[in-house]
Design a protein around this ligand. Structure first.
Ligand code: IMP
Ligand code: MG
Length: 179
């Protein structure tokens, strides 16, 4: 385990199992159609790569990068699009693949944006659901792990751009972000 972590809460094997289960449920839901899976960069990248490979339906890929956090650990309340999708969303079934839902601001904003652009439907798939911190009325359609508290890193998730390449999910020691 990385020395900056308090604990590991999901191993590589446990992650794969949950990701495959989510991909199976999403495949069932979209059987017969070809949805557009949009990865929310950068945090969602590792989850996305495993998730799309576990889907058993054809899927088109796209990527978006947004920021709400900056360097801190509290959402700033303003969604900035740093890199937009290339695809025309009109009439498409869109699956947003994101690392974590916390206040819900990022995902409620993205869902609204994609619907305004003409998406036929928007579904939300998350790796982590930080329960008890929601400030917006939004729930993931499919989620892998619930998280009660703590700051999660690894498997794509970062603190100040570190820890993204850890293959497991852990909780960061408080002393790392509380100075
Ligand atoms: P929300 O807009 O408050 O739902 O926050 C979602 C974004 O905050 C995610 O895409 C993450 O980038 C970031 N975030 C929230 N909680 C954590 C965490 O525990 N670890 C890493 N990133 C987090
Ligand atoms: Mg993110």
């Amino acid at each position: 385990m990385h020395q900056d972590l308090e604990r590991v809460f999901a191993s590589e094997a446990e992650i794969q199992e949950k990701v495959e289960k989510a991909a199976e449920l999403v495949s069932d839901r979209y059987r017969g159609s070809e949805p557009l899976a949009v990865c929310v960069l950068k945090g969602g990248a590792l989850f996305y790569a495993d998730f799309i490979r576990a889907l058993t339906i054809p899927v088109a890929l796209d990527f978006i990068a947004v920021s709400t956090y900056g360097k801190g650990i509290v959402s700033s309340g303003k969604l900035v699009i740093k890199k937009d999708v290339d695809s025309d969303l009109r009439g498409r079934d869109v699956i947003i693949v994101e690392d974590i839902i916390d206040s819900g601001f990022t995902l409620i904003s993205l869902k609204k944006l994609f619907l305004e652009r003409g998406a036929k439907s928007v579904c939300i798939v998350t790796l982590l659901n930080k329960i008890g911190r929601r400030a917006h009325d939004i729930t993931p359609d499919f989620n892998c792990f619930d998280l009660a508290d703590g700051f999660a890193v690894g498997y794509g998730l970062d603190y100040d751009e570190a820890y993204r390449n850890l293959p497991y999910l852990g909780i960061l020691k408080r002393e790392i972000y509380e100075h």
